[in-house]
Ligand binder design. Structure first.
Ligand code: SF4
Length: 396
């Protein structure tokens, strides 16, 4: 099918920097040829990063999972255990601090503290842990949690979400990772996460955080049976808040993984749908600076391709990951491979900070870091033995 004159006009307008409506985004997402969509998105990316458009970024971080106990029982989740289940585990503070020490040793700059909605963990739990981490490792950025955890901890402690945010920020939380966004529109959200707060409430809490000076990234879970219109509605809800706050640093879509969860993989997003979403996000979210391609859930090749469809960031060398790997994500990488992937996509790799400043621009391959311990580990509780690098047995 050829590209209609109407779609061409619309794509040209978007590529020239014009804002498009949600209806227009849906039309492009459904009908524009894949490569035309990618070309428009890439044009927008190049213009936004004029001068550094040849660069694609990555970060070195570690997910630290503090418990799998969760009262929220999302249907797509393979990580949680019901609080009274014999599968529940928790990590003590010493264990968490050892994981932080390994992260620092390997050159990681960020941790993502991630876990279930434990029935006893209120604001005090996070205050205690964040302040202990900051005291021991002031150089580590705590980029963690999201509105769902805030809603839960505030309820446990009997305080407002605003107070919960202010207190964990004061204790050491630097920014929110935007966990729990899943799908924000009501129908698909109720279908996959019926016990989570509404999408409107999720956004309201993130807006409060932004107002309090705590910026965030934001996410989207694709492939659990949502419609194209619901995907675009998710983007519209984010863009509307961003118009008011400017607090979302990045948008990070990732795909549902089909193993070990209640949805049983009955629906999944195709890789082309993922690339189309990356492109339409770059086009539609004209007020969000960074778009991240998720090689962890879609594979390295698709992550690499996403750099030609509007993404400017390839996420992280994730030194430890237990959540999506529990649901079937098996993709692993390491720093040298990410550098190669980025160069093969005709970009210069740069290690970035949480706030996206370039820490190291790898413009000379001869100077590439040689520490081959900087490897992503799937130490998943669902994968026997995980997959730790032989030369560095991370805590599992
Ligand atoms: S996604 Fe998070 S809130 Fe939902 S069941 Fe899993 S751990 Fe709990």
């Amino acid at each position: 099918m050829g590209q209609s004159a109407e779609l061409t006009t619309l794509l040209d307008r978007a590529a020239d920097g014009g804002r498009i409506s949600a209806e227009e985004a849906l039309e492009l997402y459904r009908s524009a040829p894949l490569h035309a969509l990618g070309r428009a998105a890439d044009t927008i990316r190049r213009r936004r990063y004029a001068g550094t458009e040849h660069i694609a970024t990555y970060i070195i971080e570690r997910n630290i999972n503090y418990t799998n106990a969760c009262v929220t029982a999302c249907k797509f989740c393979a990580f949680y255990a019901a609080p009274k289940s014999d599968k529940v585990w928790t990590r003590d503070l010493d264990d968490i601090l050892r994981r932080c020490a390994e992260t620092v040793e390997l050159g990681g700059t960020q941790i993502m503290f991630q876990g279930g909605h434990h029935p006893d963990y209120g604001v005090e739990y996070y205050e205690r842990h964040f302040s202990a981490i900051k005291e021991a490792f002031p150089q580590l950025v705590i980029h963690s949690l999201g509105a769902s955890e805030v809603e839960h901890m505030a309820r446990i402690s009997g305080v407002s979400a605003e107070e919960a945010i202010a207190r964990i920020h004061a204790a050491g939380l630097d920014s929110f990772a935007g966990a729990g966004a899943e799908l924000l529109p009501a129908r698909p959200r109720k279908a996959i996460a019926p016990l989570k707060e509404s999408g409107e409430r999720w956004l309201e809490i993130m807006e409060t955080a932004h107002r309090l000076g705590v910026e965030s990234t934001t996410t989207m879970l694709m492939g659990t049976g949502e419609t194209n219109a619901e995907r675009i509605e998710h983007l519209r809800m984010i863009r509307d808040v961003q118009d008011r706050t400017g607090g979302f640093r990045a948008f990070i879509p990732y795909t549902y993984q089909p193993e070990n969860n209640h949805l049983r993989g009955q629906t999944q997003a195709t890789l082309f749908e993922y690339l189309r979403l990356i492109a339409i996000a770059r086009i539609f979210l004209d007020n969000v600076a960074h778009i991240q391609g998720s090689w962890l859930t879609t594979g390295k090749e698709v992550g690499q391709l996403s750099l030609h469809y509007g993404a400017d960031d390839l996420g992280s060398v994730m030194l430890e990951e237990n959540v999506v790997s529990s649901a079937g994500a098996r993709h692993r990488s390491n720093r040298l491979e990410l550098l190669h992937l980025i160069r093969a996509a005709d970009r210069v790799p740069a290690q970035r900070a949480t706030t996206y400043e370039h820490l190291v621009v790898h413009d000379d391959p001869a100077q590439d870091p040689v520490d081959d311990r900087v490897v992503s580990h799937l130490s998943s509780t669902a994968i026997d033995g995980g997959s730790a690098h032989p030369q560095l047995t991370l805590l599992t």
